[in-house]
Structures are given as structure tokens and as C-alpha cells.
Design a protein around this ligand. Structure first.
Ligand code: SF4
Length: 238
């Protein structure tokens, strides 16, 4: 099965900008962006980010206010704060042996950096990889990581897999099955997440008096280190 997958991937591999750079910083940035944002939205933002801050040292030296501004629109802004802290840690001490020591880096992101930047013998288990391995029942090796990710994203889709185009269809026990969505994504419109995003957007434009803003959203953003308050003026942290 794995050789069929690898042969398919030789012709169908996605050409993402982070795959052209294999350094750990680029993999870290891409993986943090991809944690909760669609790939198509991440591509231009990743390219702009790397143009502006091509190294961990460059990002570490940036002001947190600029980093938060540059993150606007990607959502889940805490990721920007963690990424900035991670870059500062790397700039000061180098890449840690245990990558989960870096802020915002969990087991999956550590495995992805290990695999794609350092060549570690580990298979990063993102949702696509888990789905394909679960449906096929095959234990793929680390070399199949990107092929599994691409197959899961383009062919072995969550609800209606495209089994007719799948290189693994011949030996797959799940071939032809349909799947109900596990859960609906929570609505963004009218949510507290939206109130936080709008509050952060207003403060990213300019510092504002606390009374102009949504108090609950300000408190929540303060707790995440995304805002600062001084003399009742709310601003981005620097
Ligand atoms: S045959 Fe269908 S269910 Fe099986 S891996 Fe391929 S796309 Fe997924």
C-alpha cells in the first residue's frame, strides 16, 4: 500500500511554499498557522510572513504589536503570541531537543518539525493522516507523511471520500463508505470569538480608551497576553 501511495504522490504532491524551505523555523510558522486555518488561506499569509521575518531571530526581534497586527485575519490570535515567544526562545537558546518545550508547540507540531526539518523517524499524526490510516488499517511509515496529508486533503475526504481516484482503493476496507460529520463547526458570527477578534482589530488600529471597547473581550484578550492596559488606555503589547 505504501509504495502505491508514494507512486501516486510523485505525481500529485502539493507544492506548498513551506515545502520548498525545510528549515525548522519555516515548518514551525507553517504548522502554527495551519493549526486552525485552512491551507488555501495560509499560503499567502505564510509567504508574506517569511518575507518579513525570514528567521527566528528576525521574528524574535520584532515588536509583539507588529506580530499581532501581522496575524490579523488568521484567527486564534494567541498563536501569534506563542509563535513570537517560541522565536525568542530559539533565538536565545537554539532549538531544544524536546520541541514541545517551545510555547504553543504540542506533540503534533513537534513531530512535524522533527520530521520535515530534522528528518526524525516519526509520523506526524494530523487529522488527514489519522483518517487515512484509520480507514485503510495500514501502518504507514514516516516517509509517507506528506503523501498521507495530501491524500487526506484531496482524496480521502472527511465526509465523501473520492475512492474512485484513490491509489489505495484496491486494498481499502472502507472503500465506498460515506461519513456523517462528527460535529458542526461552532458559528463565528455572533460568537465571543468574533467579539474578541473585533476588539483586537480596533486596538490594532490604534490605542483606545477601555470604555470604547467590549469589556469582557478586553479581559479575555488581556489574559492571553494580546493586549495591555495603562491609564485606562488599551493597546497592543510591545
Ligand atoms: S479507498 Fe476511499 S476510504 Fe479508502 S483510503 Fe481511498 S479514499 Fe479513503
Amino acid at each position: 500500500m505504501e509504495s502505491r501511495l508514494v507512486a501516486w504522490h510523485a505525481e500529485h504532491a502539493a507544492d506548498f511554499p513551506w515545502r520548498r524551505r525545510r528549515d525548522p523555523y519555516a515548518v514551525l510558522v507553517s504548522e502554527v498557522m495551519l493549526q486552525q486555518t485552512q491551507t488555501s488561506r495560509v499560503v499567502p499569509r505564510f509567504e508574506a510572513w517569511i518575507d518579513r521575518w525570514p528567521t527566528a531571530e528576525g521574528l524574535a526581534a520584532a515588536g509583539l504589536d507588529d506580530v499581532i497586527r501581522a496575524w490579523q485575519g488568521l484567527g486564534y490570535n494567541r498563536r501569534a503570541v506563542s509563535l513570537h515567544r517560541a522565536a525568542q526562545q530559539v533565538a536565545a537558546h537554539g532549538w531544544p531537543e524536546d520541541l514541545t518545550d517551545l510555547p504553543g508547540v504540542g506533540a503534533y507540531t513537534a513531530a512535524a518539525i522533527g520530521r520535515f526539518a530534522f528528518g526524525a523517524h516519526v509520523l506526524p499524526l494530523d487529522t488527514n493522516v489519522v483518517r487515512v490510516t484509520g480507514r485503510t488499517g495500514v501502518e504507514f511509515g514516516p516517509a509517507a507523511a506528506e503523501a498521507l496529508m495530501d491524500l487526506g486533503r484531496e482524496v480521502c475526504l472527511a465526509r465523501v471520500p473520492r475512492c474512485g481516484s484513490c491509489p489505495l482503493a484496491g486494498g481499502c476496507p472502507s472503500r465506498g463508505r460515506r461519513y456523517e460529520p462528527l460535529r458542526k463547526q461552532s458559528r463565528f458570527e455572533g460568537s465571543f470569538r468574533q467579539r474578541r477578534a473585533e476588539t483586537l482589530r480596533l486596538v490594532a488600529e490604534r490605542a483606545r480608551d477601555v470604555q470604547e471597547l467590549d469589556g469582557a473581550a478586553v479581559n479575555s484578550l488581556l489574559a492571553d497576553g494580546l493586549l495591555q492596559v495603562e491609564d485606562r488606555r488599551v493597546r497592543l503589547p510591545v
